[in-house]
Ligand binder design. Structure first.
Ligand code: IPD
Ligand code: CA
Ligand code: CA
Ligand code: CA
Length: 264
């Protein structure tokens, strides 16, 4: 492990994701094959599946000994975070991909013994690739290094959420929205995390799977933004979590709302 050159690895992952983006853009010119997974709101396309296979094939060449966890099931059956683990979301925001042909991302997170090392979120249609982590000592949007977003209080900024949480008022979501400057819903965890990284929103709350938060956790932590469960606990890297991403101040404000058990 110690002889791994993370700078080189990062450059190789960037090249892989750029190739992958070109393939996806070409496939978008043809009709999509769309299937329902668990419901009519949970879709998967031929592009999600093909792109996961393409990315995992590339990852196996770069890092043959690593475990790979992919949303569409073309990776390994992962039961432990020991060793090096790559976590892949080939198309994040599949509903946006199908309905808008925009606002979707590709994401890769690389962990070593459960600790984040490198993260990548590619906003495909804007052609902006966010990469970074402790192994690079910062976060870049293409060639521009990002600075840490301002540590806003909840009342001073916008918060991203997924719609079911707000509709069903899970974990006092409506009180949190009420206390913020306003709510935004983008339909892609990756795009939501980019918005937090660049300071467009101060946080994001959603039920997420490992491939939805793996890359973002590494990038956001590198910029000093916290990611935890809604109760402020560390995330379980191998299961679903109710994830809270927020500036330090906003995280305190939200945890306080949870504790106070307020209702509107
Ligand atoms: C979904 C999106 C969505 C979030 C869901 C995710 P997918 O990912 O990120 O914004 O609310 O929880 O499952 O399935 O499109 O990769
Ligand atoms: Ca999905
Ligand atoms: Ca996803
Ligand atoms: Ca996906």
């Amino acid at each position: 492990m110690s002889d791994l050159n993370w700078q080189d690895l990062s450059a190789q992952v960037v090249a892989l994701l750029q190739q992958s983006r070109q393939r996806v853009l070409t496939q978008m010119q043809r009709a999509l094959t769309i299937d329902e997974k668990t419901s009519r709101k949970d879709l998967v396309t031929n592009v999600d599946k093909g792109n996961e296979q393409f990315l995992i094939q590339g990852i196996r060449q770069l890092d043959p000994q690593a475990q790979v966890l992919g949303e569409e099931g073309f990776g390994d059956h992962v039961t432990s975070t020991t060793g090096r683990l790559w976590i892949v979301d080939p198309i994040d925001g599949t509903m946006n991909f199908v309905k808008q042909r925009d606002n979707f991302a590709m994401m890769i997170g690389i962990y070593q013994d459960g600790v984040g090392q490198l993260g990548f979120i590619y906003d495909v249609m804007k052609d902006v690739l966010y990469r970074g982590g402790p192994q690079l000592g910062g976060v870049w949007a293409n060639e521009m290094q990002l600075t840490a977003p301002a540590d806003l209080a909840l009342s001073d900024g916008l918060i991203g959420m997924s719609s079911p949480l707000v509709i069903h008022d899970v974990a006092h979501m409506q009180a949190i929205v009420h206390a913020s400057a306003g709510m935004r819903i983008y339909g892609s965890a990756g795009i939501e995390m980019i918005n937090v990284m660049v300071g467009k929103t101060l946080g994001y709350i959603s039920h997420l799977k490992p491939w939805d938060f793996a890359a973002g956790q590494i990038l956001l932590n590198t910029l000093g933004v916290q990611m935890s469960t809604i109760d402020g606990q560390p995330l379980d890297m191998l299961s679903s979590n109710l994830v809270l991403v927020a500036t330090k101040q906003a995280q305190r404000d939200i945890l306080q709302i949870e504790e106070d058990d307020v209702s509107l």
